[in-house]
Design a protein around this ligand. Structure first.
Ligand code: ZN
Length: 391
């Protein structure tokens, strides 16, 4: 098999791994201090760990204040908040807690044709036993496949930009439809607070990038794919004042305890790795990213668990051994499933893996617009945004 450092040509500095977490020089902007601790875990400890180690009374007070605000905003409406669900543990647990706290959520799910059967049944079991309404947005598979193919042909790294962007668009759409101000997400500092390296993905509001690649792929118009750009984000976040909340940061959250309770009470079945609720996400993170882009996301997931005290570094290092699949048969099964679903041949996959990466910025993008808005916002505005985003 090809060596990926040859393909990407990224191996310009010697290999080094952090001695406190598992991050290494595959993150392009990693730097190490004199103790060989990296900027990823250092920044996480500096900016995020207070959320995890917050005193329980303090956390509870923040939570109670938030619940009161959500209830007041939802008064007289059919729901008081949106909870985006993927079938993964974080969003499933969010739904359980939201219900326990007496909120009236609408669960929103997006079906892009890649959900694993396990994820579908996890979501179905959960909303049924909790008595929660579920809205599922289905994207036409041929449209989604064409979009994905366009991204593959462009050799850009962030294929998941499609799912992530559409998911945000659908959540905002549903919030607008019912006049709801709060979108509660399973994002959290305890299991995913460490910042993703810049060279591992792309910014998620790049409508222009998506549309231009769609046109290149032959799609004149997006029919069922809901897309959102920088202006849409500004509209929802600052004009309509929709709050996107990392809900689990308001609660003591331990992923393993949550999994046990989900299994015991809601017939939940666990996945072997994080984000493995979608067959494509599993294949992308477990195969395409490491093979073509030399990116192994296990490093950041496990590092966050280590630094937040949920796993020892020794145990986490064991999690990096071998391929990111339970077995080579499982990997082979996904390769087979992927090429069949994408209508590729084995040769198409090999050719794709061998082609060098092309930056998203080589195509029309609204990154400069996004950066402009970021930079013109005053310091005060920025801290207000931070506050909005975090509560
Ligand atoms: Zn580190």
């Amino acid at each position: 098999m090809n060596s990926l450092s040859d393909v990407t040509g990224r191996e310009s500095h010697p290999y080094q791994q952090c001695t406190r977490c598992l991050m290494d020089t595959t993150a392009s902007d990693i730097v190490f201090d004199e103790q060989s601790f990296c900027n990823y875990c250092t920044n996480y400890l500096k900016y995020s760990s207070h959320i995890i180690h917050e005193k329980s009374e303090q956390k509870e007070a923040r939570l109670n204040a938030l619940i009161a605000r959500i209830k007041a905003a939802g008064d007289g409406k059919p729901y008081d908040c949106i909870v985006g669900v993927s079938g993964g543990v974080d969003s499933s647990w969010t739904l359980v807690e939201v219900k326990r706290l007496g909120l009236r959520p609408l669960a929103v799910h997006m079906d892009n044709g890649w959900n694993s059967e396990l994820a579908q049944s996890n979501i179905a079991n959960l909303v049924r036993s909790l008595g929660i309404d579920l809205y599922t947005h289905v994207i036409d598979w041929e449209e989604y496949r064409t979009l994905m193919q366009a991204f593959f042909d462009a050799d850009v790294i962030d294929i998941e930009l499609l799912y992530d962007n559409a998911m945000m668009a659908v959540n905002y759409q549903q919030a607008s439809k019912y006049g709801l101000k709060y979108i509660l997400a399973g994002t959290n500092q305890a299991t995913e607070g460490m910042k993703i390296p810049k060279n591992w993905n792309w910014f998620k509001y790049d409508k222009r990038n998506i549309k231009s690649l769609a046109r290149k792929g032959g799609l004149k118009k997006l029919e069922t794919f809901p897309v959102i750009g920088t202006f849409g984000f500004i509209w929802h976040q600052f004009i309509k004042k929709n709050h996107w909340i990392s809900f689990l940061d308001f609660l003591p959250y331990n992923k393993f305890d949550a999994l046990n309770e989900l299994e015991k009470k809601y017939g939940y079945k666990r996945y072997p790795f994080k984000h493995y609720e979608s067959v494509f996400t599993r294949f992308y993170q477990g195969y395409l990213l490491p093979k073509k882009f030399r990116v192994d996301k296990r490093k950041i997931h496990l590092s966050t668990l280590v630094i937040s005290g949920q796993m020892s570094r020794e145990e986490a290092l064991k999690g990096l051994i071998g391929i990111p699949y339970p077995s080579t048969e499982d990997q082979e099964q996904d390769i087979h499933y992927f090429i069949k679903k994408m209508k590729w041949s084995r040769k198409d996959l090999e050719d794709y893996l061998l082609r060098p990466e092309v930056s998203h910025a080589a195509y029309p993008t609204e990154k400069p617009l996004w950066s402009f808005f970021e930079s013109v916002l005053s310091q005060g505005m920025r801290s207000r945004i931070k506050k909005w985003l975090s509560n």
